[in-house]
Design a protein around this ligand. Sequence first.
Ligand SMILES: [Zn+2]
Length: 283
Amino acid sequence: MKIHAIQTGTVAIKTRQVEGVGQGSRRQLNMFLDREWTEPLPIYAFAIEHPEGVIVVDTGESARTADSDYFPSWHPFYRYGLREWVAPEDEIGPQLREFGIRAGDVRWVVLTHLHTDHAGGLHHFPRTEILASRADIKVASGRRGRLRGYPNRRLPRWFDPTVVDLSPVPYGPFPESLKLTATGDVTIVPVHGHTAGQIGVIVEDGDHAVFLAGDSSYTQDLMLRGIVDGPSPDETAARLTHERIRALAEETPTVYAVAHDPETASRLAERQVVGSVRLKAAA
Ligand SMILES: [Zn+2]
């Protein structure tokens, strides 16, 4: 199955956002106090060319973020914690057209979570069913959502996602899941941690799985080492998610694809599974 990693520009954040320092709310504060920026990191969205229709996982960022009034200037994260570079041609819509995929070919858009760099390309999919988790819709909505750093006034007016409620049906190490496709080869699982309700998409493709895991970690190495990022509101949930991803990779050869890992696109293109990377590192 063809799965495209689509880079919708780049983002720089604080190093302590990538690799959290301290416990609880201290970890979030440390992220703001940090003066050190990362290199520009990719902002990936994904498109799965499935026989039942194209499935887009996350929509990347919008070029409109270059407008000085796009993000609220009163919010410390946008003032001090984020730099983004997105050209109009970097947006997901034009890039899908390059692959010969039109918006009408897209059957579902799954939002792993509603952070700006995952929801910024939603305007390309006005007639597609959009799926998001109940918990994340809640944290991202209204005035409280804006205080938490979700620029929800920038969401399309028509945005009214289908709520994903996972069933108590285990999928490997994950206690809940939801089959997305009729053939049962694409499954949504909980990857809570980075946000309260973050979801991931697992594609079974022959002898291996491809795990589109949102922002479960900023790199594969950080997931393997169980390092919690700066923004995660619940450290225990984030660690548990890392454990479950590692357990899945032990059971099934798994390609790990997250939104800001510079290695994501090459791992996906080469279908380089988690174990092979570790063996290589150990050799
Ligand atoms: Zn995020």
